[in-house]
Design a protein around this ligand. Sequence first.
Ligand SMILES: Cc1cc2nc3c(=O)[nH]c(=O)nc-3n(C[C@H](O)[C@H](O)[C@H](O)COP(=O)(O)O)c2cc1C
Ligand code: SF4
Length: 420
Amino acid sequence: MEKILTQNWSLKDSHTLAVYESTGGYQSLSKLFTMKPEEVTEEVKKSGLRGRGGAGFPTGMKWSFIPKDDSKPKYLCINADESEPGTFKDRYILELNPHQLIEGAIGCAYAIGAKTVYCYIRGEFMFPYDRLQQAVDEAYAGGYLGKNIKGSGVDVDFYLHKGAGAYICGEETALLESLEGKRGYPRIKPPFPAVMGLFGCPTVINNVETIAAVPYIVNKGSAAYRQYGTEKSPGTKLFCVSGHVKKPGNYEVPLGYPLKKLIEEDCGGMRNGKALKAVIPGGSSVPVLTAAEAMEVNLDYEALAAKGTMLGSGGVIVMDESVCMVKSLLNLAHFYAHESCGQCSPCREGTGWSYKILKRFHDGEGSVKDLDLLLEIADNMAGKTVCVLSDALAMPIVSHINKFRAEFEEHVKLGKCPLE
Ligand SMILES: Cc1cc2nc3c(=O)[nH]c(=O)nc-3n(C[C@H](O)[C@H](O)[C@H](O)COP(=O)(O)O)c2cc1C
Ligand code: SF4
């Protein structure tokens, strides 16, 4: 399979303009500027590219929501916040192939009529930030950014903005608030950012990996992109595999790839001869799969949805038989209770209560009734809040308890963790 996102990663100095140009980089621009902006959006629509930040929203459709008759400035905001536990792909695009992101951003900016691109980067990403800034400086010097890009008459400016360490600022409207210099509170939608986004203007927010796929689609066309993946989930995707496999790391594979093959062949199988117990397939906020489910599912939007989970950000967390599922859920509850912005009661209280109950449970002081209480709390958290951070804990609570109930009950029976 041709690599679309990682093809340069192993080359020396892959982050530099010289290496990027020598491998065909920025070639999509000569074709881009011969197309009408709406033709670019149409091509991205036809490619079937879906957002790689978590929600999987169709990218071309998102771009088409930008009003054409609005005289306000338009913006593209690239989401490089990447704080979802288990997800570590965007940082490598920034570190190893930042020019591909810039090229994709020019494509999107041209399609939606934006002259300004902001890239919102996770505050802890010092090295990726430096790499991207260096690439932006090179792109300005090389005539790929700024006024009249390569004589096309198109102007695009590109600015980097560092976050300050809050997970919630990865949620697109909290990101906009933060960019505007305010506290990162998610906004109530509608209005959606395409109509009223940054500074009240039409805005597209896309993930780093989504934008990095754009040069290939513009250059080679949607049919070439569709040769990989499935009919409904076309293209390739980066999967960040962590946990108890022999070779954790980033793997670019076509969507629809069997999870069993990813774990057993690409990642070299389980470590230390231990058996697989569970897999969280799409970053910490999606429902967990049992080993049996994981061994028969394919990595695409539809196949994972059919198993009651999601592709999310592509963070595949592999757990072997030594993992306590109560502790796994406790870790998640700790994270989400800490990261809730506190605006909505079901989320602020629900994440905190869940954490306290699970802590007590793991310490051997739980009762079977606590499990039903946790499920009731989760029911009150899901779908009732301004953003889906609340659901991001509610879903793992339900899947962990329903799929591993016997193990939770064992904690009550023994008065301690059976695995410690
Ligand atoms: C709590 C929360 C955190 C999020 N964090 C990120 C993130 O770090 N990076 C990201 O791209 N999307 C994140 N998202 C998803 C964004 O809101 C948004 O859907 C995405 O940036 C859109 O880009 P895409 O269509 O290219 O996926 C998060 C969503 C929520 C609810
Ligand atoms: S769901 Fe949670 S994180 Fe999202 S806005 Fe409400 S309180 Fe904040």
